[in-house]
Design a protein around this ligand. Structure first.
Ligand code: TYM
Length: 329
């Protein structure tokens, strides 16, 4: 079975709809047909200032959400990045293959460092290189992510190619796996910007673990436009188109079908129905997360066994890499 690999940062109390529709939903679908490796990127989470207690909690809540959303640890290797030291070890080798200017061109770094109030860490600068190592250490064929990760995937492919050229063919070039319709879910308050844990105002993100009343209120207050017509036109009507896209993804109904069904109805109707769809979807997820968090020992056990499985693969790749760059056995 072809291998897939992806990760998510534990930097919020809850995943949002962008994380789910853009990435995690594909993770769940791919585990049936692929050899799947998914992890919580806690090493990446410390590239900005953080609270250790909160990080520990968010790492567990992230794992609990992935399980609640349908990852099956019997079929899928689910683990925490820091429990597999080979990521950081390969990361160093990859740093030594990356140009300073090349790293400086990463747009997420430019955005995040510009917004950063205090110190900008070197770790934030080398973040994409660690991400390349995260991926390459498993030698996957596909990496299911949202559109915002595309540039990091390109860097990953460049580094893999460079390593192969210098030291002999070692890495297959991983392909981004990005579904067009859900590649970018937008902020409800600012429908030109992506929904984002760090950048969005709280009103603009729908969090899976929010109270349904809170989500309903956010959806009700979503920015639309001065027209009244429900139609899909991301250029002219980014707000309404985003709501239609989310609703379509959650219910499996096509956008065309929805546009027909809402012919003659108002934005309020669409928002009300979307809020209901979100509540129906998120309710069971919230319950399952709660039961995992009530007994984190079970969760920690799943993660420990995932890390063990991940290390077998990662250690084999790292040994090959170390040998090829000329380190002693
Ligand atoms: P992170 O934690 O920001 O996001 C996790 C996943 O959610 C996707 N995503 C979105 N998709 C559509 N619309 C949105 N508004 C939206 N917001 C987020 C992201 O594209 C991502 O797939 N650098 C990564 C974590 C990472 C990683 C890796 C991913 C570390 N190492 C190796 C893949 C492979 C990140 O910060 O994702």
């Amino acid at each position: 079975r072809p291998r897939v690999l992806s990760g998510i940062q534990p930097t919020a109390d809850s995943f949002h709809l962008g994380n789910y529709l853009g990435a995690v939903r594909q993770w769940v679908a791919l585990q049936d047909t692929h050899d799947a490796f998914y992890f919580i990127a806690d090493l990446h989470a410390i590239t900005v200032e953080h609270d250790p207690k909160l990080l520990r909690k968010r790492t567990r809540v992230s794992a609990a959400q992935l399980l609640a959303l349908g990852l099956d640890p019997a079929r899928t290797t689910l683990f925490v990045q820091s429990q597999v030291p080979e990521h950081a070890e390969l990361g160093w080798v990859m740093q030594c293959l990356t140009g300073f200017g090349e790293a400086g061109r990463m747009t997420q770094f430019k955005d995040k460092s510009a917004k950063q109030g205090g110190m900008v860490s070197v770790g934030l600068f080398t973040y994409p290189i660690l991400q390349a190592a995260d991926i390459l250490v498993y030698r996957p064929e596909f990496v299911p992510v949202g559109e915002d990760q595309r540039q990091h995937l390109e860097l990953t492919r460049d580094l893999a190619q460079r390593f192969n050229t210098r030291f002999g063919k070692t890495f297959p070039l991983p392909e981004p796996y990005i579904l067009k319709d859900t590649a970018k879910i937008y902020d409800l308050q600012e429908p030109q910007a992506k929904m984002s844990k760090s950048a969005s105002s709280p009103g603009g993100i729908v969090e899976l673990l929010d109270d349904p009343k809170v989500s309903a209120k956010k959806i009700r207050s979503a920015v639309t436009d001065a027209e009244r017509e429900i139609r899909f036109d991301p250029e002219a009507k980014p707000g309404v188109s985003n709501l239609l896209g989310i609703y379509s993804a959650l219910t499996g109904r096509t956008v065309d079908d929805l546009v027909n069904a809402y012919d003659g109805k108002g934005y309020g109707d669409l928002k009300k129905d979307l809020a209901e769809a979100v509540a129906d979807f998120a309710g069971p997820v919230r319950d399952t997360v709660k039961s995992y968090m009530d007994d984190p020992a079970e969760l920690d056990k799943i993660l420990a066994s995932g890390a063990q499985r991940a290390r077998e693969v990662a250690a084999a790749t790292l040994a090959r890499v170390y040998d090829r760059v000329g380190f002693l056995k």
